[in-house]
Design a protein around this ligand. Structure first.
Ligand code: PLP
Ligand code: COI
Length: 362
């Protein structure tokens, strides 16, 4: 793909604010390209990050036809920058596109857009422990119309945010509350797609959980209201007797997390068993209470791995074991972040060093 680049090299070393927070600071550039029926994807460009110009009737604002992704670029100990499994995000972007009636994007094009933009803004990749450059690819329907049908024009853009851990405490435990009023996603709905509507539908429950003193929501299945699905915008796993990781099997309404997939592949190499199955919340809580479940943790790109120290359910607060070190979650966190940041070898071929144009170095 040919990308037109209008970018200013940084003037001297980039000074990142402290604390960075998550998704609040943005780099100066963005990638954009357009799709229409006649031309397919075209006009790929990197330029200054700026507000989008959208007609007020653009489909995305009315029918919500939109998808996004989240991946990260990491500063390696040798100073180079690398991406972690961006092809897996590309594949999920296309599955989301297909579910939402949007055009697909060749995998190489998705990755090339990220590599080129991260190359231009490489000076913004943090090197502090736990910090990285969060990469947000998005596709929105731009066609001006109120007709309820798939749009005929789309914008794909990528923006970047130097970020600290999603939860300000980093590897600190969070409390989750089982959602009783709301569901996140139903079978054959859009739960497997990374589409903003899923997040919009989750916000009231997240606020209710927060008001009750919990950081996240533990979602149950939509049909029987019994089976554990996800924790907030993360997948969830349970450690059985300190040696086996059990996570809800992908049900049709659970997002196929790349962190989840990576944990399932890493864990056996750390001597841990793995199982994917349907998990009844009552059985899970009983196992937590009798300490058969020794740890609980959430998994996602933004937070990587976060231990859970309590689960609220029907007014009861169930304490989870593992404190203060959460040894299994901690081992997985160390192993995964070691590969992601280039501090440890990558026997899985998950990482990809970004070529940085010389003028973008700072
Ligand atoms: N579940 C939901 C609903 C998410 O939004 C995310 C984040 O992308 C995840 C799970 C974790 O997925 P990943 O590990 O690919 O970031
Ligand atoms: C994740 O990366 O784990 C997420 O859920 C991203 C979130 C900010 C939508």
């Amino acid at each position: 793909m040919e990308i037109r680049i209008h970018a200013e090299p940084p003037r001297g070393p980039v000074q990142l604010p402290e604390p960075l927070g998550f998704g609040r600071v943005f780099t100066p550039h963005m990638f954009t390209e357009h799709w229409d029926e006649a031309r397919g994807w075209h006009d790929a460009a990197i330029g200054p990050r700026q507000p989008l110009v959208l007609d007020a009737s653009a489909q995305v604002l009315h029918a919500g036809q939109a998808i996004f992704e989240g991946t990260k670029a990491y500063r390696r100990p040798d100073g180079r920058v690398q991406l972690f499994r961006p092809e897996a995000n590309a594949a999920r972007f296309n599955r989301s596109a297909s579910r939402m009636g949007m055009p697909e994007l060749p995998v190489e094009r998705f990755v090339e857009a990220i590599e080129a933009l991260v190359g231009v803004d490489a000076g913004w990749v943090p090197s502090a422990e736990g910090a990285s450059l969060y990469v947000r690819p998005v596709m929105v329907a731009t066609e001006p119309t109120f007709e309820v049908r798939a749009a005929r024009s789309f914008l794909h853009y990528v923006i970047l945010s130097p970020s600290g851990p999603y939860f300000s405490g980093g590897f600190q435990p969070v409390g989750v509350r089982v959602a009783e009023e709301h569901i996140r996603a139903a079978p054959r709905g859009t739960g497997e797609a990374k589409t903003p509507g899923n997040y919009a539908a989750s916000l009231a429950a997240i606020e209710a959980a927060r008001a009750g003193g919990y950081q996240q929501v533990l979602w149950l299945d939509a049909v029987e209201r019994r089976y554990v699905e996800e924790a907030g915008a993360m997948n969830v796993a349970f450690v059985v007797e300190g040696r086996e990781i059990v996570t809800p099997a992908l049900s049709g309404s659970i997002l196929h997390g790349i962190t989840r997939d990576s944990v399932l592949r890493l864990a056996p190499d750390l001597g841990l068993g793995v199982r994917e199955e349907r998990l009844d919340i009552e059985a899970v809580l009983a196992d937590v209470k009798r300490a058969r479940i020794t740890e609980v943790f959430c998994m996602g790109t933004a937070a990587v791995i976060v231990p859970v120290n309590r689960i609220g359910h029907r007014g009861e607060d169930v304490a989870v074991g593992g404190a203060p070190d959460f040894p299994v979650a901690q081992r997985l966190y160390r192993a995964l972040t070691g590969i992601q940041t280039g501090r440890a070898p990558d026997p899985y071929g998950w990482t990809r060093v970004v070529t940085v144009p010389e003028r973008a170095e700072a």
